[in-house]
Ligand binder design. Structure first.
Ligand code: ATP
Length: 577
């Protein structure tokens, strides 16, 4: 029965499907048992019983129920046909006897001695042998089909995977890319640089393509069918994503809801099969070496996968065993990690008593179990209070050495603090990638705020138009104490205008009276994010291709490149109007 359950699970992807299938099996089984134990039905359906028994031989529940029934009836005063038994005990001879059921014959010409006909049922030992055979058959089928059929979950193996040496002797642990693998990657890079230039994301100067890349993603694509039938609408969740991450670095993946971050992580961790593309971790590919990659992978999924009846310690033990942590190290490692996420004082409490933030901390701790070389954290700090969140940030920063960390977040502060590189996704594509400073320089520029007296507002606005011609109003003026605040944004390529403008303000005594206060600051990552994804928000068809095609990802851009972020300024100004 257990191998049959594993076999059935290959074709079922949700708990609801499993419940429905279980109900169907129960109803069909009940009907069959009614038939075989009801003489009236046996008479009516006699000619169908023999072929039915042959078919049922391949279903373990039939032989299990029959063997149990045989064994229990063998010890009773009457046998299965209701006739008196010669002996009341069960012996091996009974096991080898055909189990027949006598039913009244429906043949009108039958004489009185032939008034009964017998329905053949296999002997008990045959049922037990069938059970063993079924267990082997379904076990093998479940193992093979589970490898090659993954539906939308996981990466299917090749049809001939049992004959692949790599299946039986997987590459263990973290290994640098072999010369051959490495050269394939380089070739792929070169191909992509020349042929796919238009589709390449923008990489800023802070991002270094180099020899230490431990994770490389190439043209990853995933679509989902959204219609009722498979030929319905298709949603492109991730569209040709390519990026690289170096060891010891954290990549923060930003994007609005539905940008494709979780789908990307699910593909990279082998939960979803990519339609196209591949990813390499330390030279291992997700399409070929998923088992080896899983040995060095830690994942904190977006939604906690925890069991309410288990404690935090039991969760850690369970995952520790699955990750193959040795018994000697298990207790120390669990204790250290639980202390680091501040759950040690509730380690023996059932998880159902935890708050959302505590469950999240446990998920983070689970992902670090076994010291994995690649860590994926999908919105790890959701629901945590500010203090705990900072502790988790410290944990992630402390643990970034010797591994690749990829995290998604909606918190710009989190991305700014943790991310060595920040990648911004929109509509399934990577729009920009670089360090926080470079992204700010490249895509946002400067915020200039002037507090002026009401009566001088028009004069100062004229002055700003003359001396800061590249500036735009960031939002409507705001009434403040002593006057009105005029907020401006200056793109990074107009940096040269800043010094002359403030020199004029400092020198002209008349202006000093009109301008009560002023400030200048670099714009925030949030503004970069809005700036980069604003085209997506407004679905401006002209803007997006211009943004994508204006740069090649192989050419590092100057932080203060003369090329403005085309369209983005226009859209921001639209926003403010
Ligand atoms: N199983 C699915 N079937 C159909 N569409 C899906 C499926 N999974 C994801 N999508 C769609 O793919 C797109 C990307 O989803 P994804 O969950 O990757 O976004 P995300 O960036 O992680 O968003 P969030 O920040 O809200 O978690 C969305 O439009 C989503 O509706």
């Amino acid at each position: 029965m257990v191998p049959l359950a594993f076999f059935a699970s290959v074709f079922l992807s949700t708990a609801r499907q499993a419940v429905n299938a279980g109900m169907m099996v129960f109803v069909v089984g009940l009907m069959v048992i009614s038939l075989l134990s009801n003489q009236f039905l046996l008479i009516e359906l006699y000619q169908y019983v023999k072929p039915l028994v042959s078919v049922l031989s391949f279903l373990p529940p039939f032989h299990l129920a029959k063997a149990m029934s045989d064994i229990s009836s063998a010890g009773s005063p009457t046998d299965i046909s209701g006739l008196p038994q010669e002996s009341y005990y069960f012996d091996w001879e009974q096991m080898t006897r055909d189990r027949t059921q006598k039913v009244p014959s429906t043949d009108s010409n039958a004489d009185s001695t032939n008034a009964y006909t017998t329905v053949f049922l296999p002997p008990t030992y045959a049922s037990l042998l069938f059970l063993v055979g079924d267990a082997i058959l379904y076990g093998l089928l479940a193992w093979y089909l589970d490898g090659v059929i993954r539906g939308n979950h996981g990466m299917p193996r090749k049809l001939h995977f049992p004959f692949q040496l790599s299946y039986w002797l997987p590459t263990k642990g973290k290994s640098p890319p072999s010369g051959q693998q490495r050269s394939v990657l380089q070739d792929t890079d070169n191909d992509q640089d020349t042929s796919d230039e238009d589709d390449a994301p923008l990489l800023t100067k802070g991002y270094k393509l180099g020899a230490l890349d431990a994770m490389e993603v190439h043209a990853l694509r995933k679509t989902f069918s959204t219609g009722l039938c498979s030929r319905g609408n298709v949603k492109v969740a991730v569209d040709g994503l390519s990026l690289k991450v170096q060891e010891n670095q954290i990549l923060a993946l930003l994007g609005h809801n539905g940008a494709g971050k979780s789908t990307t992580i699910n593909m990279l961790t082998g939960l979803l099969k990519p339609d196209q593309g591949n990813a390499y971790f330390y030279g291992l590919t997700i399409t070929e070496d998923l088992d080896a990659i899983r040995n060095i992978l830690g994942v904190c999924p977006q939604h906690d996968v925890l069991w309410g009846d288990l404690t935090a310690y039991e969760h850690m033990q369970l995952f520790g065993h699955l990750k193959g942590i040795s018994r000697e190290n298990m207790a120390t490692e669990i204790q250290t990690l639980l202390e680091e996420v501040q759950l040690n004082h509730v380690a023996d409490h059932r998880v159902r008593t935890y708050s959302g933030g505590m469950k999240r901390r446990l998920s983070v701790a689970l992902s670090f179990l076994g010291d994995p070389s690649i860590i994926f954290l999908d919105e790890p700090t959701t629901g945590m209070d500010p203090q705990i969140r900072r502790d988790i940030w410290n944990l992630v920063l402390r643990k970034k050495q010797g591994r690749v960390t990829v995290m998604t977040t909606h918190s710009m502060e989190e991305a700014d603090i943790l991310g060595d590189n920040i990648a911004i996704m929109a509509a399934g594509t990577l729009r920009v990638m670089g360090t926080s400073v470079n992204l700010k320089n490249r895509f946002a520029g400067y915020n200039i705020e002037l507090v002026v007296r009401h009566q001088d507002r028009a004069a100062i606005e004229v002055l700003v138009r003359e001396k800061l011609p590249g500036s735009t109003k960031r939002s409507d003026p705001v009434e403040v104490e002593g006057g009105v605040l005029l907020p401006y944004n200056l793109p990074p390529d107009r940096q040269a205008e800043i010094v002359p403008f403030f020199t004029v303000i400092e020198r002209e005594r008349s202006l000093a009276d009109k301008i009560v206060d002023y400030s200048i600051s670099q714009t925030t990552l949030e503004e970069v994010f809005l700036n980069v994804t604003v085209g997506e928000l407004f679905r401006d068809q002209e803007y997006q291709p211009a943004l994508l095609r204006s740069h090649s990802h192989t050419t590092p851009l100057s932080p203060l490149s003369p090329e403005p972020p085309h369209g983005s300024k226009k859209q921001l100004s639209d926003l403010s109007q």
